[in-house]
Design a binder for this molecule. Structure first.
Ligand SMILES: Nc1ncnc2c1ncn2[C@@H]1O[C@H](COP(=O)(O)OP(=O)(O)OP(=O)(O)O)[C@@H](O)[C@H]1O
Length: 758
């Protein structure tokens, strides 16, 4: 099934005038309001039509939106399906209002209403089953701020600068390691917890929104239903994305610009992912931003609902058009509806450290041997007895149940992830997903049991660490999960069980180093992405600022230095720059830099096409989509909101392949014609190059074989060559090209590199 996309137009704000409204909602052929119309910014008498699953105008209340869009998903949640609910839109369009809402009963957003509903349904089910069914609710809440993940249940002062690492888990899911998961058994508890966590969220003031979210916030609510025979857990994730921003209008200062660059970059990558999915491309660039890795749109299982928030006025004209185009593509993204499997109970066995630890957000349940399942159930029971159940108080919502005392967020027991290895690690957990954790935590960094007392030699330690690093690199290379716990549980050997705290500490430090480097580089790359976007729109001053911000991250990059010099010269030669007209912005093509010329040519010819099809703005879904996509190609792909560059169908082969390389490259520094930047021995390796280097340094035939265009013989020849040069450690692309392996030339290395993330 596809992502359900619904549009919501927010009401006019005080400072906005009625005459400036540009959006209207219309009925589709089925008589339901589903169509959003917006004028062509260049020709007001023309309109574009976008057809969604539903469209809500400014009169839509929070209750109405919840009843029609969110409440139906709760049924699926209780049936064992995961659900993703996310709000998308430009800054100030109403995302936070929709998801979190205000304090009054009527203003409450989707999230508090969702929780209210979950608790109400849980109580009804428990009651109807005469106590045979028990339902536990727990949650994690985190933000992605400047491409780093922070636990919102932790106070900001406890944050580490690099944030929490994210990892691939089973089934391609992405999980955040070290995240708190907090049991929360009543609406009142939730309110306290949620308010406190929201106070930790990064919010700032811009000219477009006094309380602008500077981060993407992700709340994951896990509902675990246990009966006498089985336990099943499913998760609903409610995501309030930060909005894209036009920094000429936000009035952002340097700090805000940094946040903005990161927000825009992640949304840009999201748009690229959606485009790649809708075009059924083999490579979806999820990995280029943490938000897209976590959201994994199109990779996640379960229902996905996107609420497209739209500001009604023409001040946001181009942004709104961009959002509508994005949403139009998103509705074509297919998601798999896969039920989380229950865990059946079997003969009991005592709980082990691993079965009472482990567990991460959105971890799917997997069938297990009954012993493992039972161990956890036993642990759950014990946990229940031990745990002081927080008192409940319902007063605000329509929930029927009544309780008396209130708890505070502090009093809520907080189960920290096993990855943190805190004191609570030894506590039994109520999380059934942990049943699927291995009894031994030896072969994956995702699992960490309490320190074993067994002593092992330094050589063993080194070999274990090496093995672990090799696994991480292999998992990255193949873009798949690390070896799976269930299998490991069955095949664990005694020696592996002896992994000690010392090994874990060393692994931690290696991981931290890797994550830290990636984080810094990602930040630098986000400036480059922004710079490129600005430059493509002819916003040279902003582009220069972004390039300058990127410079410290790429200190020896001559290509970047040349760009900065060139832009400075261009700007100083220019008269004082005036603001461009909206028409020019829509064209987005005032740039004279050779780099953007292919796009300018493309747009011109496409604009021509639009002229020929202008008369047919159809309401019909298919046609509307076609028209929109078609027109979007005609010149709306480069306005404020980040958009991927489009491939042209009417170009020479040369220009097409050039564009394709750009779209495909994760690194703006390595456009095909710019590769000298990487060929320099001092340049930083791009992610793909780095992966290739890592694999080569491992000297592992099977990992090399997995790369594109490389047969066994060549892989063996490379490894043999590297083994002969025992001390050789490759550090750059230049080193790779200098390898003198028979039959492997520059082109072969390039093909291998391209195959790394494909
Ligand atoms: N449906 C609505 N009804 C009433 N007011 C709304 C509605 N939607 C948005 N608003 C108001 O519009 C303003 C901007 O909304 P909000 O902060 O939710 O935007 P946002 O999209 O989350 O922005 P950002 O991305 O900058 O965080 C707020 O003052 C909010 O109260």
């Amino acid at each position: 099934m596809s992502v359900r996309v619904v549009a919501r137009i927010r009401p006019l704000l005080k400072a906005e005038a009625e005459k400036d409204q540009i959006l209207s909602i219309h009925e589709a052929n089925n008589g339901k309001p589903q169509i959003v119309k917006i004028p062509n910014p260049k020709s007001q008498h023309e309109e574009y039509s976008f057809n969604f699953a539903a469209a809500y105008d400014a009169t839509c209340t929070q209750q109405e939106l919840f009843d029609t869009e969110v409440a139906p998903t709760i049924k699926h949640l209780f049936q064992g399906f995961d659900v993703t609910l996310f709000a998308y839109g430009v800054t100030g369009s109403g995302k936070t209002h929709t998801m979190r809402g205000g304090k009054s009963l009527a203003d409450r957003g989707m999230i508090p209403r969702l929780l209210s509903n979950i608790y109400r349904k849980s109580k009804a089910l428990e009651k109807a089953s005469n106590g045979e069914t028990s339902i536990n609710v727990s949650m994690s809440y985190y933000e992605i701020y400047t491409d780093k993940v922070f636990d919102l249940f932790e106070p900001p002062e406890k944050r580490t600068p690099t944030g929490l690492p994210i990892r691939e888990a089973e089934g391609g899911k992405t999980v955040v390691a070290g995240l708190s998961e907090v049991p929360c058994s009543s609406l009142k508890e939730f309110e306290i917890l949620y308010d406190k966590a929201n106070a930790n969220r990064s919010v700032g003031s811009t000219k477009l929104n006094a309380e602008s979210s500077r981060s993407h916030a992700i709340l994951c609510v896990k509902v675990t239903i246990s009966t006498a025979t089985e336990t099943r857990a499913s998760t609903i994730c409610a995501i309030d994305l930060a909005g894209s921003e036009d920094n000429r209008r936000t009035g952002n200062v340097k700090e805000r610009m940094v946040e903005s660059a990161s927000i825009n970059k992640s949304l840009f990558v999201l748009a690229q992912c959606v485009e790649a999915i809708s075009k059924k491309q083999s490579r979806i660039p999820y990995r280029e931003s943490k938000m897209t890795r976590i959201l994994s749109l199109g990779q996640n299982n379960g229902l996905t609902v996107m609420i497209l928030n739209l500001p009604p006025t023409k001040a946001f004209h181009l942004d709104t058009l961009s959002s509508l185009n994005f949403a139009n593509r998103t509705k074509k993204v297919e998601v798999r509806e896969i039920e989380n499997e229950p865990i059946f109970r079997g003969p009991p066995r005592p709980p082990t450290a691993a079965t009472t630890n482990g567990g991460m957000a959105r971890q799917p349940l997997r069938p297990l041997n009954s012993a493992a399942a039972n161990a956890n159930i036993l642990a759950n029971r014990e946990a229940k007895v031990d745990k002081e159940k927080p008192a409940k108080l319902f007063s605000v919502y329509a929930d029927k149940s009544k309780t008396t005392a209130t708890g505070t967020a502090r009093s809520i027991p907080q189960i920290s992830s096993p990855l943190k290895r805190s004191a609570v690690d030894t506590l039994p957990s109520s999380r059934p997903a942990k049943q699927s954790r291995p009894a031994t935590s030896n072969t994956s960094l995702l699992r960490r049991g309490p320190p074993e007392t067994t002593t092992i030699t330094k050589a063993t330690l080194d070999s274990l660490v090496e093995k672990k690093v090799a696994e991480i690199l292999a998992a990255r290379e193949a873009n798949v999960a690390a070896p799976q716990p269930v299998v490991q549980e069955q095949h664990a050997t005694e020696r592996e069980k002896a992994i000690s705290a010392e090994v874990q500490a060393r692994l931690d430090s290696i991981e931290k180093r890797l994550e830290g480097q990636e984080g810094e580089r990602a930040e630098g790359l986000s400036y480059l992405f922004m710079a490129k976007q600005h430059q493509a729109r002819g916003e040279d001053e902003d582009a220069l600022k972004m390039y300058e911000l990127a410079q410290p991250f790429f200190p020896d990059n001559q290509k970047l230095e040349r760009k900065v010099e060139k832009l400075r010269a261009k700007l100083s030669a220019r008269r004082p720059p005036g603001r461009k007209s909206e028409d020019e912005e829509a064209e987005g093509m005032v740039e004279t830099d050779a780099e953007t010329q292919p796009i300018r040519r493309r747009k011109k010819s496409r604009r021509q096409e639009v002229q020929n099809t202008d008369q047919s703005y159809q309401v019909d879904d298919q046609e509307a989509s076609y028209q929109v996509d078609h027109r979007e190609d005609a010149g709306y792909s480069d306005h404020e909101s980040p958009r991927p560059r489009k491939k042209a169908s009417k170009h020479t082969t040369k220009s097409r392949s050039r564009t394709a390389v750009r779209a495909d490259s994760p690194d703006p520094l390595v456009d095909r014609d710019d590769q000298e930047a990487e060929h320099s021995s001092t340049a930083m390796a791009t992610p793909r190059t780095q992966y290739l280097i890592d694999i080569l340094n491992l000297r592992n035939v099977s990992k090399l074989k997995a790369l594109n265009g490389l047969g066994v013989k060549k892989a063996e020849a490379i490894v043999q060559h590297l083994q002969e040069e025992e001390d050789l450690q490759l550090t750059s692309w230049h080193d790779v090209l200098n390898l003198d392996v028979r039959g492997i030339g520059k082109r072969s290395w390039e093909v291998m590199r391209e195959g790394v993330l494909a």
